[in-house]
Design a binder for this molecule. Structure first.
Ligand code: GLN
Length: 572
């Protein structure tokens, strides 16, 4: 009897059996397929890029795909993580704060994700402990195996059920051998056993070294890494070799021999100029076809849809390579040392640039060093600036100096979240003569608290979980720059992550002096987009939202396209 049949015949939890396979209502074992991606040798190899590229190739063929990232850390979500250490916090439409890899999935798949697509150990363990308190484990001692692993499987199966996915792509964070991820790998092994043969495909992403002193590629670390996975009871079906240059035939052969993986399934995933070239790399290696074959899905692929999507994507990638109008956009911010903190902004610029044939270079501007004396010199080589989101006081004075310069010198400007708030303050101080204008985040007792905490949030204390988060509708005022950018749409939607906002009592004064609030909350007096009249400035716009979070390769966010367009005009 197959494990699947045996498991289906016993109740998921009883006194009589050692089997513990909690299944969501309506879930049938063996119906959904899973691709599980693990990393060996080292982390940071781009499991998310690999997994999302492969998922894209299946989506192109008409399959419904659902990705999930399993994080080892104990935080409940990524909201409290420092972007300086972990990269940007990516916010989903439902308000979930998660790892930046979810951004890679959304962009690559052009698909909105939700809290089902992300889990941390903190979240999994909380669920187990809550069940324990409710007595859901029928008097048993609650163990890592099978109860915690059971919760992991439950999470994956719920995603399969809720999303109606044909294939769920599971990315296990960290590296095989890490303590904190070991139970995820064990859960994956159990899942493969329970779902039955041909339902789960394991991919090991590994690293092929090329030490300078030897001048050739070496496969030993990769072999040992995969062996470690095999010792955990998992035979990979596919091995993807990350490497600086294409993994040689010899290296692939060696890895194949040591791991029982046929050579055609040991694929090279070497460095490319853009991550958007990875899907083509996998397509050419035939990895998508192999996955379909392993999962018994070959016959179900929609070849016509695949060709159509392939053409679109190839065209997009060709345009990345061909873009040649060079412009430079300055990005001001305190995390300038770590680009990952601004990953979505960089991507959004890339999307907009590609569509407009522009090669966008970025000049990082550390605003802790900017003042009204040196600002002109610092901005002399940029054709536009972005003042991005952020928290706290550091560098805010410099940001305001940059915005003043952009406003008074007709330099294209896009303010995002904190950048929007700083633009309001700059205008209040320098145009409305409110010299005491400030944000209470920066100066709690300021004379003119133009930016203040949201009224409904005033009661909430402490960090984490108390921000205005996720997708919100925005009503756009007809006849404005914003309306033009968004194709005259009356209502748009963007994602938010903030605590402070424009105090409604200053709106009239600001508008009288010429600041236009062209995007507002549909029912509450929350200002969401600001701009200057196009007669006064070629491109001056800001938003309380994060437009970069919803920019997609084939659908750039219009606020970024507008900035790049204006910068191109300025460059001449
Ligand atoms: N610190 C500001 C606020 O909380 C802006 C937040 C942000 O830029 N994400 O409102």
């Amino acid at each position: 009897m197959e494990a699947r049949e045996l498991l289906a015949s016993v109740s998921s939890l009883s006194e009589e059996t050692e089997f513990y396979t909690p299944l969501p209502d309506g879930y049938k074992l063996g119906q959904c397929r899973y691709v599980i991606v693990v990393g060996t040798v080292m982390s940071g190899l781009g499991k998310g890029i690999f997994s999302s590229s492969l998922a894209k190739l299946l989506k192109d063929k008409g399959f419904v795909v659902a990705p999930i990232k399993l994080e080892g850390y104990l935080n409940i979500d990524s909201g409290t993580l420092n972007p300086y250490r972990h990269g940007e916090v990516f916010v989903l439409d439902d308000g979930k704060e998660c790892d930046m890899d979810l951004g890679t999935y959304e962009r690559m798949l052009d698909q909105d994700l939700c809290c089902d697509n992300f889990a941390t150990s903190g979240q999994i363990l909380t669920e187990v402990l809550e069940k324990e308190r409710k007595g859901s484990y029928l008097g048993r001692d609650v163990q890592m195996i099978p109860h915690v692993t059971g919760e992991v499987k439950m999470k994956l199966r719920k995603l399969a059920l809720n999303s109606g996915a044909d294939v769920v792509f599971v990315e296990i964070g960290g590296t095989v051998g890490d303590y904190e991820n070991a139970y995820y790998i064990e859960a994956a092994r159990e899942l493969a056993y329970e779902e039955g043969p041909g339902k789960v495909c394991f991919v090991a992403l590994t690293y092929v070294m090329e030490p300078k002193i030897l001048g050739e590629q070496k496969s030993k670390a990769a072999q040992l890494g995969v062996k470690r996975l095999m010792a955990m009871g998992i035979q990979p079906h596919i091995i993807a070799c990350r490497a600086a240059s294409p993994a040689s035939e010899k290296v692939r052969q060696k890895i194949s021999i040591y791991t029982n993986v046929p050579i055609e399934r040991v694929v090279s995933m070497h460095d490319r100029e853009s991550i958007y070239m990875i899907p083509e790399q996998l397509r050419q290696a035939g990895t998508d076809q192999q996955v379909l074959e392993l999962l018994g899905l070959t016959d179900k692929a929609d070849k016509k849809a695949d060709q159509r999507h392939h053409r679109q994507w190839t065209d997009f990638v060709r345009r990345i390579k061909e873009a040649d109008h060079e412009i430079t956009i300055g990005i001001t911010g305190k995390y300038t040392a770590l680009r990952d903190s601004y990953a979505s902004i960089i991507k959004a610029l890339e999307h907009a640039g590609t569509h407009l044939g522009a090669k966008v270079s970025i000049q990082w501007i550390d605003t802790t060093e900017v003042n009204s004396q040196n600002v002109a010199e610092l901005l002399k080589n940029v054709q536009g600036i972005i003042v991005p989101g952020g928290f706290g006081i550091r560098g805010t004075q410099g940001k305001i100096a940059c915005i003043e310069y952009a406003r008074t010198h007709k330099l294209p400007f896009l303010g995002i979240c904190l950048g929007f708030q700083m633009a309001v303050l700059e205008f209040a101080r320098n145009v409305c003569s409110l010299s005491g204008a400030n944000s209470t985040e920066i100066e709690p007792d300021c004379a003119e608290p133009v930016i203040d905490i949201l009224p409904e949030q005033k009661k909430i204390e402490g960090l984490g979980g108390n921000m205005r988060l996720g997708g919100q509708d925005i009503d756009v005022t007809p006849g404005t720059l914003a309306a033009d950018l968004f194709g005259q749409a009356r209502r748009i939607r963007m994602r938010f992550r903030h605590r402070y906002e424009v105090d409604p009592k200053y709106i009239e004064q600001l508008e009288k002096a010429g600041l236009i609030f062209s995007g507002r909350h549909p029912t509450q007096p929350i200002m969401q987009i600001l701009e200057l009249s196009r007669e006064l400035h070629p491109y001056f716009i800001g938003t309380q939202a994060h437009p970069c979070l919803t920019s997609r390769p084939l659908r750039p966010n219009p606020m970024f396209s507008g900035l790049v367009e204006a910068a191109l005009r300025r460059a001449g």
